[in-house]
Design a protein around this ligand. Structure first.
Ligand SMILES: Cc1cc2nc3c(=O)[nH]c(=O)nc-3n(C[C@H](O)[C@H](O)[C@H](O)COP(=O)(O)OP(=O)(O)OC[C@H]3O[C@@H](n4cnc5c(N)ncnc54)[C@H](O)[C@@H]3O)c2cc1C
Length: 423
């Protein structure tokens, strides 16, 4: 990789930018231009360079690599995540094996508490949550019966509200989900696709882990370090602070992989795909610990932020001070969350049809495919895409070899005919 300082920021201009010519297949430019140095773009850059010996130019409009997973050491020496807490969890051994080439791991099981009725209780709702909220002593069977008595069966589950009311009833829905979802999405749960709250389970035991995945760990030295290792290849050039628009007609490349917003690529031809954004307030306080777990949720609509993260729980760092991030949902700003509603899926399908009809450009990642993917899913998507590219590249080079072979044979035949030795 070229052009990065140890924390992933730009050192300056690094690559000459030959003008794009119609001789796109010459070896003087890049085989691939990849837009976006997040998981999608970086995994593909690494695979193409390492496995297929392709020359890759990877650009990002931000001043750093690692996309939304970017982390860095702040002035207090604490490792923080610029775009909110990123917790790695997956059931895919393929994804773990791949990423483990670039990082060691620190085992970490994510725990979240919710500030409800003036106390901190586990979320997802579990046996302890019910005991604390209702002052009860429960067995798992009691907890199951209790939730059943609260649940209000919904005949046809369509929205996020239906999912929760059907499983835990209106009272718990209002305490934990309604306000949080309204703040997070700017929409009532009754207006949101069921997929949003389906992600949060309910438990009748004391398991207080936020995720149930088989692999839960954080990159030992952070995400940015992992990305630096991934991109450390002589065939990969990285340009930061560089928007696709600035270079699209300046750089010579054969193929384009685009992990930016798909609607932006097509100049918002059918209108904007809606995203929810966030404002982050990063703060370091003069106390060793701030809260008992990494993340505390604030579901009440009386509080403007949705959650507070304390990073020491993720990293295990020891420091007399501690760093926090407050998250404030926003309508405008960087595109973070595709809004899962049927009309948005419909709009995306129109862009997807355009993408399908655009040869030599491949759309990938959360923004390129307008999907609410976690990091491991984006890595999985990029690895699967690489397999397809590899097959196509091999088929293409097989064809080129066959054509060259044919040309050589023809040349021999012509030469022999010219010498009069043919039959
Ligand atoms: C607040 C928050 C918390 C999250 N927490 C978790 C979590 O705990 N666990 C988890 O698994 N996932 C989490 N995610 C999801 C995770 O961030 C994504 O799955 C992952 O970042 C997607 O990678 P990507 O490469 O598709 O996109 P991104 O990381 O968004 O990278 C895309 C990059 O493309 C660049 N770009 C876009 N357009 C252009 C352009 N025109 N020119 C140049 N560059 C461009 C952008 O600057 C960006 O850096 C979270 C997401 C958010 C927003």
């Amino acid at each position: 990789m070229r052009a990065l300082t140890p924390n992933g920021s730009a050192k300056g201009a690094v690559v000459a930018m030959p003008k794009r010519t119609k001789f796109a297949n010459t070896r003087s430019g890049f085989d691939y231009l990849i837009v976006g140095a997040g998981f999608a773009g970086s995994v593909l850059a690494e695979r193409l360079a390492t496995e297929l010996d392709k020359r890759v130019l990877l650009i990002d409009r931000r001043p750093h690599i690692a996309g939304n997973a970017y982390d860095h050491y702040n002035d207090a020496g604490l490792l923080i995540h610029r775009y909110g807490p990123h917790i790695f969890h997956t059931n895919s051994t393929q994804v773990v094996n791949y990423l483990s080439r670039f990082t060691k791991w620190r085992p970490y099981e994510h725990k979240v508490l919710a500030h409800v009725d003036e106390q901190l209780v586990p979320i997802p709702i579990n046996l302890t949550t019910l005991e604390k909220l209702y002052g009860l002593k429960l067995t798992p069977e009691d907890a199951e019966a209790f939730l059943k008595s609260k649940a209000e069966p919904v005949a046809e589950i369509r929205t996020s509200e239906d999912v929760v009311i059907n499983s835990v009833g209106r009272e718990l829905y209002e305490k934990f989900f309604r306000g949080y979802t309204r703040k997070q999405w700017g929409l009532d749960p009754s207006e949101l696709d069921k997929s949003v709250t389906s992600r949060v389970p309910t438990r009748t035991n004391t398991d207080d882990r936020y995720f149930g995945d088989s692999f839960q760990s954080m990159p030992l030295h952070g995400y940015t370090r992992m990305f630096e290792n991934m991109l450390d290849h002589p065939n990969i050039k990285v340009m930061l602070n560089t928007d696709f628009e600035e270079v699209r007609n300046e750089v010579q490349y054969d193929k384009l992989i685009y992990s930016g917003p798909i609607d932006e690529y097509f100049d918002f031809r059918f209108g904007k795909l809606p995203y929810r954004s966030l404002q982050f307030r990063h703060e370091t306080v003069d106390q060793e610990n701030f809260q008992p777990v990494a993340v505390v949720n604030y579901p009440s609509e009386d509080v403007a932020y949705t959650r507070i993260t304390e990073y020491k729980h993720l990293t295990g760092q020891v420091n007399p001070r501690t760093s926090l991030t407050y998250e404030y949902p926003a309508a405008d700003g960087d595109p973070y969350y595709p809004v899962p509603r049927p009309e948005n899926a419909e709009l995306y399908r129109k862009y997807q049809a355009l993408a399908d009809a655009t040869p030599d450009v491949t759309f990938v990642g959360r923004l390129g495919t307008y999907r609410y993917y976690n990091m491991d899913q984006v890595v999985g998507q990029a690895l699967a895409l690489f397999k397809r590219i590899e097959e196509t590249e091999k088929a293409e080079s097989g064809l080129v070899r066959a054509a060259r072979g044919m040309a050589r044979m023809n040349g021999t035949v012509h030469a022999e005919a010219a010498q009069g030795v043919g039959d």
